[in-house]
Design a protein around this ligand. Structure first.
Ligand code: MV4
Length: 450
């Protein structure tokens, strides 16, 4: 059992964790940087500790300061949220060795899944289909040439320590391989401190589909369907939905079986996600595993009627999954729009500043997760996510219709937001038909409204 949770995060996810703890009767400790002293997570937590100046390195990424805050408040659990230190194996290890419950998987699991080559090999051994490519790292240019000719062009080079799309190079022919290999290697070294690259066959028009997992680390594991995450820009997801318009009952069954096999093979504990690439021909392939609660978790919560944060905290405290978990069935369709303080008509440039008016939509089937309020100052130091609107209805078309209505109701003044962009996506005929892939936003050029 956990009695007091320190939330090593900020923004909407800090509030989301505080709400789950409240309902579980668990006390909460907020930590905040000097830039976040007026934030709602500070107001809503039972206690709050200022951990430093605005820069993430001196606050939300600073392990000694976080551990000091946990020690002085007597927290017996730490929730990392997403981003920041959520998938930092070193942090999880420090938390574990101080005798505090890290609300996530073990540090060992985070390290294993953080090594994308190791993760692929583990999943392949568990019988999960993985993207064809090199079985290990690509040691030098000569090996890159040899491998590419056996895989066939185009290929993609990825960083073993990367993930989420950073440090990747698409190579279309042998002539481009040498330069791409060297620059990807340098970039991987600079970004992750590890130059190791691996190679895969490159799929031109994939969909990005992920399966939500929950494990108790005692052999209990469930898969809560898939999320369609293909609407993204520069590896930032903008809109997610569940179920995917591209997944039928048969494919869903196969993706769930593969995900369960993967999770069981590692005796997974906590909430986690397996990311798949779905080829237009219907083949699906493991890409990577995320060992955190994700931004888009609410679409799964609404479709499956389960509070994933409460479950994640419960299994961290030693709780087991039971027959009520195995009996969960999907109902209807949910869609999430991420509302960022960004100008979608100027390259999604983040625009910090003061929100002068703020009115949140509501009504049937609408949930809004936000830390913003009227007069809130959006700081320039962090991610620009302001709010998530999630709509849930019996059918996809009703959920889309409700979402358009909610976007129309949302009043945010003082900073530009991605609201008008979302309305344009939701009204696009190919999006409405469910006919899109990860290249959708590159081909669909949005225009400022008249
Ligand atoms: C791929 C791919 C095609 N083929 N892997 C990996 C991380 C994820 N966020 C994007 N990733 C991709 N991996 C293979 N073998 C296509 C993507 C991909 C992508 C790649 C380059 C530039 C933009 C992209 C947008 C979505 C997906």
């Amino acid at each position: 059992m956990i009695h007091k949770v320190l939330i090593a995060n900020r923004g909407e996810i800090a509030l989301r964790i505080i709400r789950a703890c409240r309902e579980l009767g668990i006390a909460t400790v907020a930590v905040y940087s000097e830039a976040d002293k007026d934030s709602l997570h500070v107001r809503f937590a039972d206690e709050a500790v200022c951990i430093g100046p605005p820069s993430p390195a001196e606050s939300y990424l600073n392990i000694p300061r976080l551990m000091a805050a946990a020690e002085i408040t007597g927290a017996d659990g730490i929730h990392p949220g997403y981003g920041f230190l959520a998938e930092n194996a070193k942090f999880a290890e420090v938390v574990e060795s101080s005798g505090i419950n890290f609300i996530g998987p073990t540090s060992e699991m985070i390290a294993k899944m953080g090594d994308k080559i190791f993760a692929k090999n583990m999943m392949r051994a568990a019988g999960v289909p993985v993207i064809p490519g090199s079985d290990g790292g690509v040691s030098d240019e000569k090996e890159a040439v040899r491998l590419a000719s056996s895989i066939g062009f185009p290929i993609i080079l990825k960083a073993a320590a990367g993930g989420g799309g950073r440090g990747m190079r698409i190579v279309r022919d042998a002539a481009g391989l040498s330069k791409a290999f060297q620059s990807a290697k340098t970039e991987a070294m600079n970004a992750f401190g590890n130059p190791t690259l691996y190679m895969e066959r490159y799929f031109e028009n994939p969909r990005h589909i992920e399966v939500q997992l929950l494990g108790d680390g005692r052999g209990g594991v469930i898969a809560l369907g898939e999320r369609e995450c293909s609407i993204q820009r520069k590896h930032q997801k903008l809109l997610e939905e569940s179920p995917s318009p591209a997944v039928d009952e048969i494919l869903r069954g196969k993706m769930i079986e593969a995900s369960l096999a993967g999770a069981r093979a590692v005796n997974y504990k906590s909430a986690g996600t397996i990311e798949f690439l779905l080829d237009p021909d219907g083949g699906f392939y493991f890409m990577e595993m995320n060992t955190r609660i994700q931004v888009e978790h609410p679409v799964t919560e609404l479709v499956y009627g389960i509070d994933l944060l409460k479950e994640q905290i419960d299994v961290a405290g030693g709780g087991s999954l039971n027959e009520t978990h195995s009996a969960l069935r999907p109902r209807g369709h949910a869609i999430e729009c991420r509302i960022n303080a960004e100008d979608p008509y100027h390259n999604f440039r983040p625009v910090p500043g003061t929100i002068t008016s703020f009115h949140v939509p509501g009504g049937f089937g609408i949930r809004v997760d936000t830390h913003a309020y009227a007069q809130y100052r959006v700081p320039p130091f962090y991610d620009s996510l302001l709010a998530k609107i999630i709509s849930h209805a019996r059918t996809r078309s009703e959920a889309l219709n409700q979402m358009v209505r909610a976007l129309d109701e949302f009043i945010i003044e003082g900073v530009p937001t991605t609201i008008p962009f979302h309305k344009q996506v939701l009204m696009h005929p190919e999006f409405i038909k469910g006919n899109f892939d990860t290249t959708f936003l590159e081909t669909f050029h949005i225009q400022p409204e008249q």
